[in-house]
Design a binder for this molecule. Structure first.
Ligand code: C2E
Ligand code: CA
Ligand code: CA
Ligand code: CA
Length: 278
């Protein structure tokens, strides 16, 4: 048993080394990913529960690594944040989304707002608004067609600064939604102070909504709180009809999830736009 313990320990060290090594390699590759055209964006439809119509989409970043294949964003975004590369990547996402909105508009397709995820690193920079503004101007995009998803956790560091940034964004005309809501319990009450338009119930609660009382209670509470503050409530990660029914019964406003569609390449999402008559 003694030898076994030692082996396990050795094994653990080896795995840690491998993990550190993997991250180092990924970081190097990440620096070249943009210039090498390895990144692209997918769009996941958001559906209005009441009308069953397309109401918008979330832009999700993808990295197709030449040897490793797809690297999940949950893996490379934190790396990009640590190295500061997220600022450049974030600019690229913004630019790419604006370019796409312009292309859809020029093709005469119906226009729906596109939600872009903002990293806390981007959110805290004082040139955030200039960067947003310059991408929108380059493609002559109406600010009402862009939405930014921010998670509640960024805000907790320095709530006053964050709230002031949100007011600036809002004045500029872009919409803001609070992502992954419910995961940072301490801040439930803060929602009242945020000048936002939407709140998204985190996927972890939606997944368990039918079978776990706490998740169901939290989802109900978020819908009620959101509505009492005049916000739209979005549920993400909706995969089953049962989950959808629960959310319908709670008068949740928008849903997003595999039940309707996975995130799609721009060309595939155009078909959604084509067949939606807004
Ligand atoms: P998120 O913002 O919470 O995005 C929702 C995630 O849930 C996406 O994962 C989406 O593909 C996934 N999803 C949607 N519906 C379902 C469903 O029904 N079932 C399941 N199992 N999953 C579903 P994804 O695309 O892997 O992105 C992961 C995270 O990476 C995002 O979480 C977001 O935090 C981050 N991310 C993605 N794109 C960007 C970006 O452009 N900028 C920044 N800063 N972060 C991004
Ligand atoms: Ca999001
Ligand atoms: Ca989310
Ligand atoms: Ca998330």
């Amino acid at each position: 048993a003694k030898g076994e313990g030692k082996n396990t320990y050795r094994h653990y060290i080896d795995e840690m080394d491998a993990e550190i090594q993997r991250r180092r390699l990924l970081q190097t590759d990440l620096k070249r990913a943009l210039v090498n055209n390895e990144m692209f964006i997918e769009y996941q439809p958001q559906i209005d529960i009441a009308t069953n119509r397309l109401a918008g989409a979330e832009a999700l970043l993808r990295w197709q690594h030449p040897e490793r294949g797809r690297v999940p964003p949950d893996e490379f975004i934190p790396l990009a944040e640590q190295t500061g590369l997220i600022v450049e990547i974030g600019d690229w996402v913004l630019e790419e989304v604006c370019m796409q909105i312009r292309a859809w508009q020029d093709a005469g397709l119906p226009q729906v707002p596109i939600a872009v995820n903002l990293s806390s690193v981007q959110f805290r920079r004082d040139d955030l608004l200039e960067r947003i503004c310059s991408a929108m101007h380059a493609y002559d995009i109406n600010p009402g067609l862009l939405e930014f998803e921010i998670t509640e956790s960024y805000v907790m560091n320095d709530p006053d600064a964050a709230i002031s940034t949100m007011f600036d964004m809002r004045e500029f005309g872009v919409k803001i939604s609070v992502d992954d809501f419910g995961t940072g319990y301490s801040s439930l009450g803060y929602l009242r102070r945020f000048p936002v338009d939407k709140v998204k119930i985190d996927r972890s609660f939606v997944t368990d909504i039918e079978h776990d009382k706490d998740s169901a209670t939290l989802a109900k509470a978020v819908v009620q709180l959101g509505h009492s503050l005049g916000l739209k409530v979005v549920a993400e990660g909706v995969e089953t009809k049962g989950q959808l029914e629960f959310l319908q019964n709670q008068y949740c406003d928008l849903v997003q999830g595999y039940l309707f569609s996975k995130p799609l390449p721009a060309r595939k999402f155009s078909e959604w736009l084509e067949s939606s008559s807004i």
